[in-house]
Write a protein that binds this ligand. Structure first.
Ligand SMILES: [Zn+2]
Length: 195
């Protein structure tokens, strides 16, 4: 269903769906063998913090057809090294292909292929409009919900009340779906989990 890559920076997670879609993008090298058969169909971003986007220029250079799907605030983060926090890590990152960004509204959906649909669920709090991507069998929550950990809302533009509501929303959608978070600190020694 999905394979998890644990990235070298902050142990963020990239998820690779069997249909050739990728959720968030850190280290690119481990993704490539997983995309050999399908190519890259598209990138779904949960939000635009640096640890979830830093491989995008590399990945999009290798797959010139692929589009990047995200919310409006995430688009701003992609194009602003301060909003995406890379500036403060002294690794300034600005997405080089703004024409390939597709901004999506809450509830936007598309077919991933093989009858698996993905839907954008806005789950704000960690960032103003971070997205949980819901497929038939999984919820890719990014940093809006990491089981066992408090959502980080102290970064600029975080909102604790919204984050609490978003977790309720995520849990209400979780039945029958696997939670695939943006970090999984407990089992980072198991880099590639297949779910
Ligand atoms: Zn984040």
């Amino acid at each position: 269903m999905a394979i998890r890559i644990v990235n070298s920076f902050y142990f963020s997670c990239t998820w690779v769906l069997e249909e050739g879609w990728v959720v968030d993008c850190g280290d690119v090298e481990p993704l490539l063998p997983l995309l050999l058969e399908t190519g890259l169909q598209g990138v779904l971003l949960t939000h635009g913090h640096y640890d979830h986007i830093y491989g995008l220029n590399n990945l999009c250079t290798r797959f010139p057809e692929a589009k990047v799907y995200c919310s409006p605030w995430t688009r701003r983060q992609l194009l602003d090294e301060k909003l995406n926090i890379s500036f403060y890590h002294e690794m300034p990152f600005v997405f080089a292909f703004p024409e390939r960004i597709v901004t999506v509204e809450d509830g936007w959906r598309t077919d991933l292929g093989s009858g698996n649909e993905v839907r954008a669920i806005y789950t704000p709090g960690h960032t103003p409009d971070c997205i949980t991507w819901m497929t038939n069998k999984a919820l890719f929550t990014g940093d809006a919900y990491i089981p066992g950990y408090k959502v980080v809302t102290r970064l600029p533009y975080g909102n604790k009340q919204q984050a609490t509501k978003s977790i309720e929303m995520i849990l209400s959608l979780a039945e029958g779906r696997t939670i695939c978070p943006g970090h999984n600190i407990d089992d980072i020694h198991v880099p590639n989990i297949k779910l």
